[in-house]
Design a protein around this ligand. Sequence first.
Ligand code: ZN
Length: 117
Amino acid sequence: MNKAEREKYKKKLMVKKDEITAILSEAYSESKEIETGIAQDLADKAESSYTKEFLLSLSNTERKQLLLIDEALNRIDKDEYGICQRCQKNINKKRLDAVSWAPHCIECQEKEEEEES
Ligand SMILES: [Zn+2]
């Protein structure tokens, strides 16, 4: 992968990182508001904790993604970007365009998902 390409993906990753950071801080302040709501009105407690749980589970996914983006940015700096972390083969460029933080090629990603489930 040449420098221009690396820069392109780096930019993509930075934009995505900003996006997620914004979502996370929004979800965080929202869950704070819900917490305050619980204190104010105990009758609504059940519904509110459900919403809160949802927000927390959402931010878990986002947090995971943020981690993957950071790892991808590290790989760009170390000139290892675009290489599958499992089989060391090049990751398809189309895949990197769609999922720039992907640590694995499609074959390995499928294997990982199989192992997880
Ligand atoms: Zn692979």
